[in-house]
Design a protein around this ligand. Structure first.
Ligand SMILES: *Cc1c(COP(=O)(O)O)cnc(C)c1O
Length: 500
């Protein structure tokens, strides 16, 4: 299978090349030339497979230039019991007869980004070998919180790679920040940027498109690549867990083969929900997708109106990993919906770049409406949902997952749709302990307490154990204190690489 760019369909490269390049040179994203299909009886067979086997089955459909051994090796290195604390990797928790929580946060950094970022470094280094690349890869990441740590943890000490992570100075939780500035490894760099996530993301994009800088890097035997969800190697592993959830529900006799489910995804960059859409296009029986946003509800408006308009106030919310106004992966979705129309996509993205806005055709709008619902939840609703979920089910969720549940409950009340529904749970509640404890016990519960006292309190309240990686943060030295302006990001990278 070959890969094209969403802004130039005539490009035709292997998956290894697409993963190595990350972003196409004209700014487009790499997508498979067609979406492979999976038959119902194959889905049925997945019920008796391990997560690793399911991953091998799905990935082999897309990464056709990887040998069986190469794929197996990448998967074996990524989805281990040691790293995820469970063979199951992405277990499904039944909340009630209609609601199933897909727990995607059992990895080393306690958020769903691990599902992709534990395997991406292996896919990438394998891709480098396959394409006879001798340069060292330099991974640049802009993070709204969870990607940064997950990428650092995935790439740390991986031979032939270096990684620099930029996070918005005031846009991540205390725990997220601690996780990043205590990162160990001989190939890692971390810096805060004054600004919000989009500032950090735009800064990284600028470095990627700077031709002079690319030359300078090449002279020093470095090659830029990305671990953001624009990299195909980030997206493709995420398709696996939607099949896995369906297979688990089949195995547990919660659904029958072929029964359609709804999928709810708390969304930021549109990556996770896009992976679910690819699973559907491959043949996973899905009734509806429900796209859940926080107060940064640019996607809610887009799905309802067909107008994408980022000219609006940016809100810092209690679900910071979804505080995003430019949902990069939407481009892949639109490329598919327009029947791979690269010139239309270029035009829309150009308009987004210049006017901060574009409007899709009525045809595309109605295609979206056939399959997608969307809504948003503000911080107050999110907090209420955490409390209600704990009161009703004795199950504690994080702020992002709560946005998903809140939006789903609104949807279900409005539509009376009783289709069994899988809600992607994207972070451990321990990662956002402060908001979670306030939601359950009020502000008094957190007053004057540090992060680690809060972790203890939450463990007591939820009956869950504190993830080891979070408990350990207490004694780790803080290794990074750089804060830079938007226009200094390039210099930070140069300093880290000791060039220019
Ligand atoms: C990244 C992230 C999201 C948003 O995922 P997208 O793929 O960007 O839509 C949601 N929740 C958490 C906890 C995240 O880390």
């Amino acid at each position: 299978m070959q890969y094209q760019s969403t802004r130039n369909s005539s490009i035709s490269i292997t998956s290894a090349e697409a993963i190595k390049q990350g972003l196409s040179e004209e700014g487009g994203l790499f997508v498979p030339e067609n979406i492979p299909s999976v038959k119902l009886d194959e889905i049925e067979k997945m019920a008796d497979m391990s997560y690793k086997q399911r991953a091998r089955f799905v990935l082999s459909k897309y990464l056709t230039d990887f040998t069986d051994d190469e794929l197996k090796n990448c998967i074996e290195n990524a989805y281990t019991k040691e790293k995820f604390g469970t063979e199951n990797i992405a277990p499904v928790y039944k909340l009630n007869d209609g609601m199933y929580i897909l727990e995607l946060w059992h990895g080393p950094t306690c958020a769903f980004k691990d599902m992709a970022l534990q395997i991406l470094p292996h896919l990438l280094t394998t891709s480098m070998k396959k394409t006879k690349e001798n340069d060292e890869v330099v991974i640049l990441v802009a993070t709204s919180g969870d990607t940064g740590k997950a990428a650092l943890e995935g790439f740390r000490d991986v031979k032939g790679t270096r990684i620099v992570v930029f996070y918005p100075n005031n846009g991540v939780s205390e725990i997220q920040k601690l996780q990043m500035i205590t990162q160990e490894g001989n190939n890692v760099g971390v810096a805060a940027v004054s600004g919000n996530f989009d500032d950090a993301q735009n800064g990284v994009k600028k470095i990627f498109t700077d031709e002079d800088y690319k030359d300078l890097l090449a002279k020093n035997n470095f090659k830029l690549s990305s671990a953001n969800s624009i990299n195909w190697g980030r997206l493709v592993p995420q398709i696996v867990y939607y099949f896995s959830a369906y297979a688990d529900m089949l195995k547990g006799e919660e659904i029958t083969l072929g029964e359609k489910i709804n999928i709810v995804v708390p969304t930021g960059n549109f990556g996770n929900i896009l992976a679910a859409y690819y699973a559907y296009k491959m043949g996973l029986p899905v009734n509806r997708f429900i796209c859940a946003s926080n107060e940064n509800n640019v996607l809610t408006d887009f799905i309802k109106t067909g107008v994408y308009d980022k000219n609006r106030a940016f809100h810092t919310t209690i679900s910071p990993s979804m505080d995003i106004l430019i949902s990069s992966n939407l481009e892949r979705f639109l490329y598919d919906l327009t029947g791979n129309d690269d010139s239309t996509i270029s035009c829309w993205m150009n308009s987004l770049n210049i006017k901060g806005k574009y409007e899709v055709t009525p045809d595309v709008k109605s295609k979206i409406a056939e399959l997608f619902s969307a809504d948003c939840a503000n911080d107050k609703e999110t907090m209420e949902t955490i409390k209600a979920c704990n009161d009703k089910y004795g199950y504690v969720v994080d702020t992002h997952t709560a946005v998903g549940i809140s939006v789903y409950e609104k949807y279900a009340a409005e539509t009376k749709d009783e289709t069994k529904t899988v809600i992607a749970s994207t972070a451990s509640p321990f990662k956002f302990n402060q908001s979670v404890l306030i939601a359950i016990n009020g502000h008094g519960a957190v007053a004057g307490k540090d992060e680690f006292a809060l972790l203890d309190d939450l463990a007591q309240k939820s009956g869950m154990t504190i993830p080891k990686s979070l408990a350990e943060l207490k004694d780790k030295p803080k290794l990074f204190n750089t804060v830079c302006e938007k226009d200094q990001m390039l210099q930070v990278v140069s300093d880290f690489l000791q060039i220019g």
